[in-house]
Structures are given as C-alpha cells and as structure tokens.
Design a protein around this ligand. Sequence first.
Ligand SMILES: Nc1nc2c(ncn2[C@@H]2O[C@H](COP(=O)(O)OP(=O)(O)OP(=O)(O)O)[C@@H](O)[C@H]2O)c(=O)[nH]1
Ligand SMILES: [Mg+2]
Length: 271
Amino acid sequence: MIASHRIPAQASTPSSIPKRLLVSLATYNEVDNLVPLAEAIREYAPQATLLIIDDNSPDGTGRIADELRASQPERIHVIHRPKKLGLGTATLAAMQFAIENGYDYLLNLDADFSHPPRFIPSLLAGMSENDVMIGSRYVAGGGVEGEFGLKRKLMSAGINWYARLLLGLQSKDNSGAFRCYRVSTLAQLDLSRVRSRGYSFMEEILFWCRQAGGRIGETPILFENRRSGVSKINKLEVVAALRIILQLGFDRCLGRVGTRNSASLLSGSQS
Ligand SMILES: Nc1nc2c(ncn2[C@@H]2O[C@H](COP(=O)(O)OP(=O)(O)OP(=O)(O)O)[C@@H](O)[C@H]2O)c(=O)[nH]1
Ligand SMILES: [Mg+2]
C-alpha cells in the first residue's frame, strides 16, 4: 500500500533559499546498507528530505526505514509497497511524490553504496545548466572502483550502446540510476506512458525527458560494488529491458512517440 505524506508546496522560492531537494532510495533487501547510507547522504546533502521506497523486503529493510523515519519524521518519508514491484515503478513513485509535494529537484541513488554520496554536490552543481544530471561512469574522470567482472562490463557497455542506437540518446551512461532530475521537467511528462517496470526505466525516462526538450548533462562518478547484500538483476529483467527499449526504438522510428516538446507528451491535467 502506498502511504504518501503530503507536504504543502512553497508559493515561491527566492534564489537565496536553497532549492527543495528530495533524495530517493528504492530498497529491496538493503538492511545493512540503509542506515549508514542515510547518514552519508545527510553529510553531503544536509538540506535534503529522504524518501525510501521499500517493497516489503523480506530482510526487514522496511522496518529499519520506519525506525529512521521515527527518529527524523520531518526529514524522512517512507513508501511501503506490498511486494517487489520493480526498480522502475519504485523510481516512478518517487517522481510522483516529488511532483505532488512541490520539490525542485529529485536525486536518486541505489541503496547499496554503488553510488557514493560524495558525488551528490557535483550532480547538484550541474543542475544550473541541465534538467537531468547523470552520475556517469563513462565520461572522462568516471569509472568503476574495484572488481567489476568482464560479464558486467560487457552487459553495461552493450545496453548503453543499444539504448543510444535505438533511442537516439546522446548521453554516455544511460543505465545508471544515480541522477538528479528537475521536478518541473518530470511534471511535463505523461508518466502514465512509461512502459518499463524494471531496469529499462533508466533508459526510457531519459528518452522521454529528451523528447520533452530536457537538457541532459553528465558528471563523472566512480561506481563501487555493492557493500552488502546481493544484486536483484536476473535474466528475465534483462530480457524485459531489451524488449522494451526495442519497442520504444521501433515506435520512435515509426514516428509514434511525438517529437520534442510535443503536446502529446504533456499530461492531460496541464494546460
Ligand atoms: N523498491 C524496490 N527496490 C528495488 C527493486 N529492485 C531493485 N531495487 C533496488 O534498486 C537498487 C539497484 O538494485 P541492484 O540489485 O543493486 O541492481 P544493480 O545495482 O544494477 O546491480 P548490482 O551492481 O549487482 O548491485 C538497489 O537499491 C535495490 O535495493 C524493487 O523491485 N523494488
Ligand atoms: Mg547495485
């Protein structure tokens, strides 16, 4: 069940006041990572509100999230979903929360320490010129620290090449989830058109942001292997991701997805 907490939107934000920042973490079995990660995020983004979207993790991550919220109810929100519904829909829930509650920026990280919070300030700095900032392994200065097996390297390079080719993306790291979004750009998209439930969400949402005229920037990050727990990617997820990107690519070639700033991308409630 989705438990959302409404926060009144600010009428106006003078430039001297920091922008309202929501940091989201999708969690599934991240019990050992959540508390230290929340502390690290606080260090690098003290102004942020944290949103945890947990899918009834069997290891009790949701209970830890509730304990964190109880300790800082004004800074931490938790959405509990009844079962594992996919990283894509969890990120979508964070986007909806950010839109409904009047945030300016939504910054997302994996909850396994693969996305070191020390890079948060450079993502935020890039938002002065961009509508989406990607924490990128594939621009100069970026990369992977530690062991990253050949299979993982090939998978990551392959999916990025595939997404660039089929979706016309210009950015280099299109599969990573370490990103900051301008919430007003997300609010222009018709999020009900997003097809991905799982990992292809990352490529797909970039595609829609670009279609809506969003400026996409990248800043280097050093990706690290998860600190604790296990990966949730499996073969079915990979096949589903390849299929959705292929379908989107076909629709793009056939002109069925609209063009930049196309009215068809604007949600019906906007005028
Ligand atoms: N709420 C929710 N979170 C999920 C789901 N699947 C994955 N996640 C979270 O999404 C993030 C990325 O998942 P990972 O399993 O680390 O996937 P990955 O980073 O691509 O793979 P590894 O590098 O092998 O860890 C982590 O924070 C997970 O806990 C899901 O179905 N629901
Ligand atoms: Mg991971």
